[in-house]
Write a protein that binds this ligand. Structure first.
Ligand SMILES: Nc1ncnc2c1ncn2[C@@H]1O[C@H](COP(=O)(O)OP(=O)(O)OP(=O)(O)O)[C@@H](O)[C@H]1O
Ligand SMILES: [Mg+2]
Length: 221
């Protein structure tokens, strides 16, 4: 029999440069200072196999582009491994797990962005994630132009990060499409997803995220 999942899964979603990684690090610090046992992780790349899949997915390959269906399967292989190796064991131990990207990104990027059939993408996502569902999803909403500027700037400042990756380098129309996808997901999941306006200065974005987040998890952890 499967062990009960005592912890809480929180996911962070948003387009490029919306501030997910920055906000996640700050939430972790605040959760820990409130005495919560917390694990932060990301997709793709949150497991050992996943970090290899991440480099397959994010490396530019203009001569031999990845087909959208192959791309979907690589993201899902990453997720399947990540759930079994990292997320599920932490939830069984009762941890608060914060994951940077999860099923909503797959629906937004591979469904709305790449144009794969949305019900099919949703169904495969549900098969792969099973009972491991987010309790709450914080969606950082940013104008793609602003987000891409931030990502470009960050790539310039951090020589280790180097160039923009294969997905960040997609044209603006692609990023606009996936933002539409996230907005559609918010309409479909108003109880689970919280939209945060991430076009504002980081401090404002964080303050609002923190307030809404701690309010939502009150009584559950
Ligand atoms: N609200 C904000 N205002 C200004 N700069 C921001 C804001 N949020 C994040 N940044 C900056 O933008 C860059 C990208 O932020 P971050 O890496 O947190 O975004 P991300 O959503 O994780 O992006 P990616 O999808 O590429 O991983 C960082 O240099 C960060 O400091
Ligand atoms: Mg990030």
């Amino acid at each position: 029999m499967e062990k009960p999942l005592k912890g809480l899964l929180i996911t962070l979603e948003g387009g490029e440069g919306s501030g997910k990684s920055t906000i996640m690090a700050r939430l972790k610090a605040d959760l820990e200072s409130n005495g919560h046992d917390c694990l932060v992780t990301r997709e793709p790349g949150g497991s050992t196999l996943g970090s290899e899949i991440r480099s397959l997915l994010l490396t530019a390959r203009s001569a031999h582009p990845i087909h959208p269906m192959a791309e979907l399967m690589l993201f899902l292989a990453d997720r399947a491994q990540h759930i079994q190796e990292v997320i599920r064991p932490a939830l069984e131990e009762g941890k608060v797990v914060i994951c940077d990207r999860y099923n909503d990104s797959t629906i937004a990027y591979q469904g709305f962005g790449r144009g794969l059939d949305i019900p099919t993408v949703q169904e495969i996502c549900e098969r792969v994630s099973g009972r491991v569902k987010p309790f709450v999803t914080l969606y950082l909403d940013v104008d793609p132009k602003t987000g891409l500027e931030r990502a470009k700037q960050a790539a310039k400042e951090d020589s280790a990060a180097g160039e923009m990756d294969r997905i960040e380098s997609e044209e603006l129309a692609f990023h606009r499409q996936l933002r539409k996808g996230f907005h559609w997901l918010i309409e479909q999941n108003p109880d689970r997803m919280i939209l945060i306006d991430a076009n504002r200065p980081l401090e404002d974005v964080y303050e609002e995220t923190k307030t809404l987040f701690f309010d939502r998890i009150k009584g559950y952890v």
